[in-house]
Design a protein around this ligand. Structure first.
Ligand SMILES: [Fe+2]
Length: 409
């Protein structure tokens, strides 16, 4: 049973990371921030959650406008630190939780939150600016992170109400997890700031305080506001606080503010907020739902291998090997030396044997998606119909004799 201990709201100003790496913790200009974050660090050290679910936004480091998802959940086993132009920060790799994150994705989709899913992408300062202030990390981090990326950089953004409802759906999905883990929810960003245009430097401390009060006591009033209200009050980039609404939506109404700190130094009002559940909800058996409700029973349908999130993570290398065959140089390399191409792609001896033996059914069973296998079939001059026959264990002629129009080739 997964339990929610509470939530944390924290700014993710990139200069926090710079100041941290330069060890400016005690300098007068930075001490109010670092000292102000310490109670959140101590709270996590006391509560020891196994997993932090971090609601954050990417700042065009791992995602770009050509495909920027509204909501995307990370399901990778670990995450690297994005190089945002000044080199990679000296932080260790961050453990993810593929099983839990995949469960959350399946449950959220079942609740009609159609999440995009990512792995093999680094996390930027939306996660790593606050994280070292919350968790120790030498030699490694003490727990796992499930990142949930929210679009707050390209309109249309998800509405504040949608973010709040995402949090409510997330709460149900967490409580549905059958494993015995504890979770804290972290929302990052804000508070008031604007960092583009003539209005750059806009802040409003009065609004920031009202926002924090409403977040705890009347989040629905915040959820009913529009993006323009957030921008008018808290600045254009300050609208990213809608991510805090998702954090708040995942909590109950029986919460206590354990800590609040506010420090406005230059352009962004930096805050650390800790909201603790007064009574940690222990999910009952009727709340727990393991697996994907939409695919329950599919394993009983013979000859069928649904490609799911776990398969995608487990077989990223194999699928990417075939996917790369869209590129002429990858095709040339394979035709010159197939064995060497498989080795270079990091395939195991068993996988290499399946590839070179064109064992189509074996490849599907190993976790290859049919739509990347097609690219390999084109390269080795096999038609899809020949691949279908092979997977059925039939000759081409036998398979085609089962078709209504055998000449439609
Ligand atoms: Fe941001």
């Amino acid at each position: 049973m997964a339990k929610i201990l509470g939530g944390i709201g924290m700014s993710h100003v990139p200069t926090i990371g710079v100041a941290y790496d330069r060890e400016k913790w005690n300098q007068p200009a930075w001490a109010p921030l670092f000292e102000g974050a310490r109670p959140a660090y101590d709270w996590l050290a006391e509560k020891k959650p196994d997993v932090l679910i971090v609601l954050y936004n990417d700042h065009l480091n791992a995602f770009f406008y050509d495909l920027y998802p509204t909501f995307s959940i990370g399901i990778a086993p670990e995450y690297d630190v994005a190089d945002e132009g000044a080199g990679r920060r000296p932080l260790p790799m961050l453990p993810g939780d593929t099983a839990f994150a995949s469960h959350l994705a399946e449950q959220l989709v079942d609740q009609e939150f159609d999440m995009a899913v990512f792995h093999d992408r680094p996390l930027d300062h939306g996660v790593f600016s606050p994280l070292p202030l919350l968790w120790p990390h030498r030699p490694g981090w003490p727990g796992r992170v499930v990142p949930i990326m929210v679009n707050v950089v390209q309109y249309p953004l998800p509405t504040p109400m949608r973010c709040f409802k995402l949090g409510q759906a997330l709460r149900q999905a967490i409580h549905a997890y059958p494993e015995d883990i504890s979770v804290a929810i972290v929302g990052t960003g804000g508070l008031s700031h604007q960092i583009h245009g003539e209005r750059t430097g806009h802040n409003d401390t009065e609004w920031d305080m009202r926002f924090l009060d409403l977040l705890q006591h009347d989040p629905l009033e915040l959820a009913r506001m529009r993006h323009v209200d957030y921008v008018r009050l808290g600045g254009a980039e300050g609208a990213e606080v809608i991510m805090w609404l998702a954090m708040r939506g995942a909590l109950s109404d029986d919460i206590t503010q354990r800590h609040r700190n506010y420090y406005l130094a230059t352009t962004t009002a930096m805050t650390t907020l800790v909201l603790e559940e007064n009574v940690v909800h222990a999910p009952q058996s009727d709340e727990i739902r393991a697996g994907n409700p939409q695919t329950e029973g599919m394993e009983e349908i013979p000859g069928t291998y649904p490609f799911d999130l776990r398969t995608g993570v487990r077989q990223t290398r194999l699928n990417r090997f075939f996917w790369q065959l869209r590129l002429a140089e990858a095709r040339t390399a394979f035709l010159e030396d197939g064995q060497a191409a498989c080795t270079a792609a990091g395939l195991s001896a068993e996988e290499t044997a399946l590839v070179l033996g064109r064992d189509w059914l074996g490849l599907v069973r190993a976790g290859a998606n049919f739509f990347v296998l097609e690219k390999y079939a084109r390269l080795v001059k096999e038609t899809n119909l020949e691949v279908y026959a092979s997977m059925r264990g039939e000759s081409y002629e036998t398979f085609m004799a089962t078709r209504r129009v055998p000449d439609a080739t």
